[in-house]
Design a protein around this ligand. Structure first.
Ligand code: PLP
Length: 270
């Protein structure tokens, strides 16, 4: 596998960045995960916009988006595959422990891995940890994902593929790597960005294409919603057939099935 590191393609097995890179030592990096289908990068512009926003939010130097586009194209060309998960990582470069900080500038790594299709439905669990809807990192897609790693491990230990967080005031927020939607009285709702969730690109497209409403929702809605689904770059729209001990028979329900259909049709045209 070839990946891009700071200016050129390298072999994944031998590619290096400094062990003092800020992204490694303190975690102030930002990232994006994109879907590459037969070499086609889905919603690249939206991902680059969010990467630049996240970098600004963290006070990193403005990323060179033209270079990132070139890097993405080079990585996709060098690694042909049917469905790939392309990952852009952009960090502050060497940490203050390294005397060269400032000389090297930020680090850019673009890598790709092959993935299989996700199943149409999945199980999720809720976790007792909260998302901070008013934190310094709220809404930024940073490499500080350790809390998500813990929550996901808990989900996996319970036979689920995703963990859902409430925010600090007990409202429904998001998953470790996905946004959440519920169907109430036949209408689709998703928590607003003020809940502290990431502005998911799939979320945004799903809202636009299905007419879903942004609604502040209590966690208890997971006990009563007629249907529940997740959105993310690699899941697209994925129905939820179990939340904690609650089974949702007949998944995907009619509203979710329609949303999946509309999403697939519109995404193919994007
Ligand atoms: N929420 C979090 C915390 C995420 O990390 C992600 C994606 O990785 C999402 C939501 C979904 O965002 P997108 O649809 O852009 O993949």
């Amino acid at each position: 596998m070839k990946l891009w590191v700071n200016g050129g393609l390298q072999d994944q097995d031998t590619a290096t960045v400094s062990v003092l890179d800020h992204g490694l030592t303190v975690g102030d990096g930002v990232f994006e995960t994109l879907k590459a289908e037969n070499g086609r990068l889905f919603a690249l512009d939206l991902h680059l916009d969010r990467l630049a926003r996240s970098a600004r939010g963290l006070g990193l130097p403005e990323p060179d988006l033209d270079e990132i586009r070139r890097a993405c194209a080079a990585v996709v060309d060098a690694n042909p595959m049917r469905l790939g998960r392309l990952r852009i990582t952009y960090t502050g470069g060497l940490s203050p422990l390294g005397s060269e900080r400032g000389d090297t500038g930020p680090s850019l790594v673009v890598a790709i891995g092959e993935v299989g299709r996700r199943p149409d439905s999945t199980a999720v669990v809720t976790v007792p940890w909260t998302r901070n809807e008013r934190g310094a990192l709220t809404g930024l897609k940073t490499t500080s994902y350790a809390e998500n790693v813990l929550a996901l491990a808990r989900a996996h230990s319970q036979g689920a593929s995703e963990a859902l967080f409430a925010n600090t005031v007990g409202r429904l927020c998001e998953g470790t790597g996905s946004n959440v939607f519920v169907v109430l009285d036949g209408r689709i709702h998703t928590p607003p960005l003020t809940s502290g969730c990431l502005a998911g690109i799939t979320r945004r497209l799903a809202v636009e294409w299905t007419g879903a409403q942004e609604t502040d929702l209590p966690m208890g809605v997971l006990d009563s919603a007629e249907e529940i689904f997740l959105t993310s770059t690699l899941r697209d729209i994925q129905a939820v057939h179990r939340v904690d001990a609650r089974e949702l028979p007949g998944t995907p329900g009619p509203v979710t099935a329609k949303a999946m259909e509309v999403f697939a049709e519109r995404a193919a045209l994007l």
